[in-house]
Ligand binder design. Structure first.
Ligand code: GLA
Length: 733
């Protein structure tokens, strides 16, 4: 039964079945006769119908039965697939929500109450979320725990063409006394099917988002962050898939959290070899006290199911994020090729030196000059100055008013670095407001990079920093801001909240960051903001809603970057990955690579330079010119083309990837080889995504049928020397 006027959400009112249909997938839930909302199916698209026939019932020892089912012993919340899991009432798997009313109980027994349906996409107050118009449909399911008088609304946004289902949860206290909310996941996904693999994206500072894949074993496997940010160490994006799934084949489910703070992604394999995934804010030090009438909104989660492997899943995420999540002030226009002085100078610069460096880039196709850390307060090392957002006139006489026009005269826009969430003890700000830093009175705080974290959960703290940054932004023509964040949160305690509400600080901090970013977007709609947290420590969909690009890693080595960008690409689009060419030998690991190879790696990102181009030889300058011209000429293909991973840099001797235009008439293949060897085996690279019936010229020459390139492959040249690279530009004839 199609509900009138709705294309993606199909209702069967009588049977209380809710089916979400996307182009390639179907998602279904059903409120059963006990008002339990069962998850009946998620997978390749089906015609529909009542899929609760798939659910199996069995009496299992130690799996209790809800009171009202009497001696129906095969009915247990512990074995049935739940849409949003309860807790303390007989389901012993991972709970989704936990609340504690005044009686001190910690149960949640959710029963179906009703639904609402509307065209368009729901919004979440103060939180980043996917957006759009009538291409979306929204379903809201209302659940209730009668005893605790708590209502739980489950939000579903459906975007048909992208196979995207977004979810969010709002909990409302409908009782007469306060209730403590101790956990509130954004997503629960149950599979009554045999075991799956769990893929997470893990690493550390300078080696972020490396994929790790393991079969789920009995029990719970999880990744999380307790750092206050999404972290370098684990990403709030995970995949569940069949053991057989690979890039082009097999069923997989990607789940991301649109959030930039503590998170937990937990997957459980149960006694019946079923699987559950729960994704949301980590419950550590999380406790929101809701007064009667008050509500809490959990951040958005988004799902893509691909019946055809990881590649299709990634491409769906990329498009959905580019078109319906990332708010890009350059929308429809090309973002600038930039140069950044950080690795060229670190803290040691003056206005004249910066202008000299900018001069080195003039005439080479660079469009934006970014002044990194060290321009403000007493910031001559990373021990001081954070919080004092006024120009260091010793380094930059006349301030930004004097410097920006000098850069503009060289044909470049001007941008700068800030780290607004931080304070150095050695700063005026800290002397005046020591209590503005997170920290418990009587306990000296842990320092990270010698700095403390400002309490961004407090409005007056944000307001004061915003004022200072606003003055800077208004003092000159500033086109770009790099928003950095260089430590993890510790000593999380806010002087502004009573003892019973300290469990709100982690989340309120993130809301504070979002509020600040939203203000910047409102007051400076043309400003391009690049996110950064020691490189990729806060690379998540929440930040991408405000900052269309994020510095992918502090590691600028082209070869390490192949792995980092490969892992990142499983969820995030090329247009979001900040990538620059830096010097060789590389500053982080000493590796020597050619300028060409560094260009190939950095070009599958937002592209720029992080070095003193004035020191380049004339030949190198010619190469730089060619690189920027090539990047600009193929910008749409590189940034918006369909992305195909052609190899695995953690295993294969050569790393290759490909962007294909929507009409499949144009493609760019990038190949970077690892260390060389004698007697290199003959190798062929099979391309993907081409039209098998078209013929393509490769780098302007020949006529190669698409089917040959895809099914037989392209013979790779035999490299002489380490880390050789190659780009193949294909055009249909
Ligand atoms: C972080 C960033 C770098 C640079 C430095 C400046 O590490 O990731 O790109 O901006 O801070 O201190």
């Amino acid at each position: 039964v199609k509900s009138e006027g709705f294309l993606m959400i199909v209702l069967d009112n009588e049977k209380r079945i809710f089916t979400l249909q996307t182009r390639n997938t179907t998602y279904q839930m059903k409120a059963d006769r006990h008002n339990i909302l069962l998850h009946t199916y998620y997978g390749p698209r089906l015609l529909g119908g009542d899929l609760s026939c798939l659910i199996q019932y069995a009496d299992r020892g130690f799996s209790p039965n809800p009171n009202e089912v009497g001696d129906e012993r095969d009915y247990s919340l512990d074995t049935l697939p739940q849409e949003y899991s309860s807790c303390g009432v007989g389901d012993f798997r991972i709970p989704s929500v936990e609340f504690s009313p005044e009686d001190g109980s910690r149960l949640a027994d959710l029963r179906y109450e009703g639904f609402a349906l509307y065209r368009g996409k729901y919004r979440l107050e103060g939180l980043p979320a996917f957006w759009g118009g009538d291409e979306w449909e929204t379903l809201v399911i209302r659940m209730k725990d009668d005893a605790a008088k708590m209502s739980v609304e489950l939000y579903y946004g459906v975007l048909e063409d992208r196979d995207l289902i977004t979810r969010a949860v709002r909990v409302v206290n409908q009782g007469t006394g306060p209730v403590r909310l101790l956990r509130c996941a954004s997503l629960c996904l149950d599979f009554q099917q045999d075991s799956m693999d769990f893929i997470t994206f893990d690493g550390c500072h300078t080696m972020e988002r490396c994929p790790n894949r393991t079969p789920l074993r009995p029990g719970i496997q999880s990744v999380n962050s307790l750092r206050g940010t999404s972290s370098h160490h684990h990403n709030p994006f995970v995949i569940l898939c069949g053991h057989e799934a690979n890039e082009d084949y097999g069923l997989c489910y990607g789940a991301m959290l649109v959030y930039s703070g503590n998170f937990q992604a937990a997957a459980e394999r149960t006694q019946l070899e079923n699987n559950r995934l729960v994704l949301g804010v980590d419950p550590y030090n999380f406790c929101f006290t809701l007064a009667p009438g008050e509500s809490f909104t959990a951040p958005e989660a988004a799902l893509v199911c691909s019946p055809n492997g990881f590649g299709q899943m990634s491409r769906q995420f990329h498009r959905a994020m580019r078109e319906n999540l990332i708010r890009d002030p350059y929308h429809g226009k090309r973002r600038p090729v930039l140069m950044n002085n950080w690795e060229a100078t670190y803290f040691d610069f003056t206005a004249d030196k910066l202008v000299e460096i900018a001069k080195g880039g003039a005439g080479l196709g660079i469009e934006l000059f970014v002044m990194d850390d060290g321009w403000f307060g007493t910031r001559d090392t990373d021990m001081t100055g954070l919080g004092d957002w006024d120009v260091n006139e010793k380094k930059l006489p006349g301030g930004l008013e004097a410097l920006a026009p000098r850069i503009k005269a060289l044909g470049m826009d001007f941008g700068l670095w800030i780290e607004p969430e931080m304070v150095s003890e050695n700063s005026r700000l800290y002397q005046e407001h020591p209590d503005w830093a997170l920290g418990v009175p009587g306990r000296p705080q842990a320092r990270g990079r010698s700095q403390l974290v400002l309490d961004f959960s407090r409005k007056e703290v944000r307001d004061s920093i915003y004022e200072a940054i606003r003055k800077i932004l208004d003092s000159a023509n500033i086109a770009y801001l790099k928003w950095d964040m260089n430590r993890s949160l510790s000593d999380v305690w806010s002087a502004a909240l009573p003892s019973g509400r300290q469990g709100e600080v982690y989340h309120r901090y993130v809301l504070g960051v979002y509020d600040f970013l939203e203000r910047l977007r409102r007051d400076y709609p043309d400003l391009l903001i690049e996110g950064c947290s020691g490189g990729g420590g806060r690379f998540d969909a929440g930040m991408l809603y405000y900052t269309p690009q994020i510095w992918c890693s502090d590691n600028t080595d082209a070869i390490d970057r192949l792995r980092i960008q490969y892992g990142t690409s499983f969820c995030y689009p090329v247009s979001s990955m900040g990538a620059h060419i830096s010097v060789s030998p590389n500053e982080q690991n000493g590796r020597v690579t050619s300028l060409e190879t560094r260009g190939v790696a950095a070009m599958s990102g937002t592209f720029g330079y992080e070095m003193d181009l004035g020191r380049c030889t004339p030949e190198e300058r010619e190469t730089v010119k060619k690189q920027t011209a090539f990047f600009k000429a193929h910008y749409d293909l590189i940034q918006k083309g369909d992305y195909y991973r052609l190899s695995d840099p953690f295993k294969d001797p050569c790393t290759a990837w490909e962007q294909v235009s929507e009409d499949r008439r144009e493609a760019l293949v990038s190949i970077v080889c690892g260390p060389t060897q004698a007697a290199v085996p003959f190798r062929r690279l099979r391309l993907k995504g081409l039209d098998p019936a078209l013929c393509y010229a490769v780098n302007g020459e020949g006529a190669y049928p698409g089917d040959v390139l895809m099914y037989a492959g392209w013979p790779l040249p035999i490299p002489r020397g380490d880390y050789q690279s190659l780009q193949l530009y294909l055009t249909a004839l």
